[in-house]
Design a protein. Sequence first.
Length: 358
Amino acid sequence: MDSIAPTYALFLVQELQNRRLDKELLEATQLTLEILESGADIPLTSFQQLLLNAESLCPDTPVGLIIGRRAHIMTLGPIGVAAATAPNAREGLMALEAFSHLHASYSQVTLRSTLQGVRIEISFLGQIPETERLHTESLFFMLQHYIEMVTGEPLTTASFNARHSKPSYHEIYDQWIHSPTTFNNDQISIDIPREHLDKHSPFYNPSTWKQTLQTLSQRVRELGKSNSHSYKQYVLSLLYSYEPPLPAVSFAAERLHISERTLNRRLQKENTNFRELKSQVMQFWAEQYLQDTELSVEAIANLLGYQDTANFRRAFRNHKHCSPQEYRKRFSDLARANTLGPVNTNSDASVASQIAPI
């Protein structure tokens, strides 16, 4: 059963206590104040009903933003401790991605490094269409607060992209969310420029950071007993979070607090290996460099860590069945054709999908 920490429900209880509406808030939720204050996770279905009750009781109140405004990164428990004591925002966001499912089982956070910075994609695995807007708003505000806490400056150059339509109170977004917000997108995401990612965090605590990662990694190992792809997912997430050159297997094993041999053995049980996963991510970066930069093939090979450009060309052809130069030309030709033709709202993804192997 999907579940969530009770913290967010308690935020709303406190808010509505001031309006003497807290009893009505809990109606039909099968929750009591005693259950919430026990600290144990609550069923997602009960939390969903509580959110609907809050909107019904306070129709002019941006419930999701209120939760987000109260939610500090430490709301996430051990995951928040890891993020708060990380060396920088990039490392903290990587911890959020790797372990977010331990806090809210119905959500999935995906972090991808890009040429501009990072993109955080958020997916809700449960059926929450009626309250997705509220979940999105609270996550937007909490992540904004986290970045600003680490960097010490307003996050004004990011982009918050929501799936829901523009709400009636959208003016409040301009007051509370410091970067532009777009609506009616296919994917919930946040684009954060690189200048906010690698600045040293004043809250960095090496011992707490290491100890918390070790605790969370132990929980991942326990999850691995029932999740046949947990190690593959973790390694892919780790690799996609970095810009080239990508980390070695020793780094991934260290993050999981296991030996290289153990990690390789567990990946083998999942019908993969570190080399295959790293090759997949390197191919992603190769395509990004070819699509979005004018770097030479030799320079791209060097950035990706190839000692020999011929090895890069061979690996690229094995993936795409064409040379890097041919791929770049096809992408350029198709992008030019799309520019001259009908307006394409997602040109990069569309053009990439049309480059068929030869």
